[in-house]
Design a binder for this molecule. Sequence first.
Ligand SMILES: [Zn+2]
Length: 345
Amino acid sequence: MKLRPGLRVLERGPGTVQFGADQRWATVLTGLTSAETDVLRRLAGPDPVVGAELLRRCRPSAGAPVDPERLSELLAALTRSGLLTAVPPGPLPVGSGAADDVRSAACTATDGDGARVVAARARAVVAVVGLGRVGMVLADTLASAGVGTLALDDARQVRAGDVGIGGLRDRHVGRARAEGAAEVLSGRYPALRVGGDGQAPDVVVVVFDEVADSVRTVRLMVEGVAHLVVTVREGDVVVGPFVLPGQTPCTTCLDCRRTELDPLWPRVRDQLRDAAVQLPPAQESSTAAASGALAAAQVLAHLDGRRPVTAGACIEVSAPDAVPRLREWSMHPDCGCVDVSPPQR
Ligand SMILES: [Zn+2]
């Protein structure tokens, strides 16, 4: 056993030690002797001492003053709090460059094996459709987090407004967005595979302008592919829903719900769709950065085996403050998507 990497060990006063600083898992042990405190502190650090080694050091012949049974009790308390893990730290994925993501996942993964989490990401394929600023921040964040393959899809030309956050530059203006994106991302992440080579994606992200078009996601529904819908609108960016076909509300479900709230929504929606073709909505820098990162977090949750918070909800990120708000949605009985196949993973 060892303490999850990255956890802080903090002295709160005589005989009182706090393990971890995050309120989700922070645990305080009290009534410790100074020798016990000293030994427990060795659980942390760049080269933490594992439980068995601690016990060896506590043998009377070694002169250690800590009673092994007492130490076992303390370690058991930390184990019950989920702070100790039996999993040894695995090697970092070669070329992933995601060392800090490994450390973070060691705190949050169920088994404490951050290397396993990032290694799984390295095997994953994520398709990103729509490569303006939001799509670029999303793709950049996924690559930084260790995702191994990105299939980039956007034949539209890079606009002057696309330059900036996300990595597209003046030299890319006029070229196909997917081409510019591939150049940017390949330069930043040499180990990243760009293209996918026809591999079935684990997740598809589609970035829409103004309104989410269910016609463009129907194939994903039929094939049971998990997908995240991101919609750039006049004054905000909507991240979600993350659709697990047949299990969580889809694009059409939300369209039905919106029509219930506003019977004239279909008429407005169609005008917005046409207007976006003429003049795409602005992807303001702060909003694009925040929403792109939130979108990436949804994808990573799915790849890591967790349920994305946007499965059944949307995160609305409004300009100019970019403060996210979660809005829940439910499946609509008229949609019929409950009858589609469950997702492949
Ligand atoms: Zn539906």
